[in-house]
Design a protein around this ligand. Structure first.
Ligand code: NAI
Ligand code: X2X
Ligand code: MG
Ligand code: MG
Length: 346
């Protein structure tokens, strides 16, 4: 564990070099880890743990597409793939990776198996932070920890296979064994995190809900739609509008930000672009700042959690969500994208 300066602020971070895989395996050598749920995070974390030599089993609803996916991934029924109840019973360390809505629905079932000495691990602060809405209040006598990969489960697995990793935050909510932090770090290294940074359950869920509703997904999708619409209204071809809005962003400029920061991306564009972007940047900041403030407030008051829970409680929610995504898929801009992607040189 070391203190590192992030600009002017010192933070605690843990890397694989200092908290090695060997140390992690040793810390969890007596644990049977049950990954409950085989959706997006479940497969990634479970397969990475298995490849790293941890003792891991899966708990998943039988007769579901996720069960079939687990079988296709090599998990064997009644050997290392069980019903949720059986897996919880066999496990000493439960990684609760059902969707946030399902965590709430199955809580009474899972809670029965949380006998003293066990560990309950989350990848999101949602259930515990909004316990007034979810009813998820862990019993005394167990460790309650969090390891939250800051990326899609899909990337957690693909980057692991490339020998890289997604950064994760970690937190301790309840420490009964006096080893809760060590267990969180060991699990975090076990699932292949690049490095781990410290947080608490509330900060994890507030930042995560803001990030995905904001810059990472919602805001990004919104400004992309707005710019594309303006270009098209002014007579630009789909090809031109898409290239200036999406293709250049993902293929050329975002990789430059990733490589060396925002000023590096600017420096590698024309002085014409730099002048205009620097002048327009404060206008976009000013226009969106109130929206981001409203978003944070909506997260902090629990309104965003309420919306998620109420939407998920509708029986046809999955179907209506699929319909919303289908509508996005069929929008002109994303249809244009299909053609543009095919034209990328291989
Ligand atoms: N999707 C991602 O990449 C990320 C997810 N997380 C967190 O990880 C946790 C798991 O999320 P995802 O993998 O996205 O979940 P998901 O939406 O893919 O669902 C996970 C599992 O829940 C099961 N499930 C859903 N409804 C159920 C029900 N009513 N009864 C029984 N089982 C049910 C599904 O069969 C599936 O196996 C959540 O806390 C999420 O916030 C954290 C970081 C990124
Ligand atoms: C992938 C991730 O980190 C998100 C966007 O927060 C999520 O899937 O909830
Ligand atoms: Mg999230
Ligand atoms: Mg996230």
């Amino acid at each position: 564990m070391s203190k590192l300066k992030f600009a002017f602020t010192e933070e605690t971070v843990v890397t694989r070099e200092e908290f090695t895989l060997e140390k992690s395996k040793n810390a969890l050598k007596n644990e049977v880890i049950a990954v409950i749920g085989y959706g997006v995070q479940g497969p990634a974390q479970a397969l990475n743990l298995k490849d790293n030599g941890f003792n891991v089993i899966i708990g998943q609803r039988k007769n579901s597409s996720s069960w079939d996916k687990a079988v296709a991934d090599g998990w064997v029924p009644q050997k290392d793939l069980f019903s949720i109840e059986e897996a919880c019973q066999k496990a000493s360390f439960i990684s609760y990776l059902l969707s946030d809505a399902a965590q709430m629905q199955l809580w009474n079932t899972v809670r029965e198996y949380l006998s003293p000495g066990k560990t309950l691990c989350f990848s999101h602060g949602f259930s515990v932070t909004y316990s007034d809405k979810t009813g998820v209040i862990p019993p005394a006598g167990i460790d309650v920890i969090l390891v939250a990969p800051k990326g899609s489960g899909r990337s957690v697995r693909t980057l692991f296979k490339e020998g890289k990793g997604i950064n994760s935050s970690y937190a301790v909510h309840q420490d009964s064994s006096q080893r809760a932090e060590e267990k969180a770090l060991a699990y975090g290294i076990g699932v292949g995190s690049g490095y781990l940074f410290q947080t608490n359950f509330k900060h994890e869920v507030y930042s995560d809900l803001c990030g995905e509703r904001g810059v990472l997904m919602g805001a990004l999708a919104g400004i992309i739609a707005a710019q594309y619409e303006v270009l098209r209204e002014n007579g630009h071809s789909p090809s031109e509008a898409f290239n200036e809005t999406v293709e250049e962003l993902t293929q050329s400029l975002v990789p430059l930000i990733s490589e060396n920061g925002m000023d590096w991306m600017f420096k590698n564009c024309s002085t014409t672009a730099q002048r205009g972007a620097l002048d327009w940047m404060p206008r976009f900041k000013k226009a969106t700042l109130p929206v981001f403030k409203a978003l944070y407030k909506s997260v902090a008051t629990g309104e965003e959690a309420r919306i998620v829970i109420s939407a998920n409680s509708k029986t046809d929610y999955k179907a209506s969500l699929d319909k919303e995504l289908e509508k996005l898929h069929n929008e002109e801009i994303w249809q244009v994208g299909q053609t543009v992607r095919k034209l990328r040189p291989k």
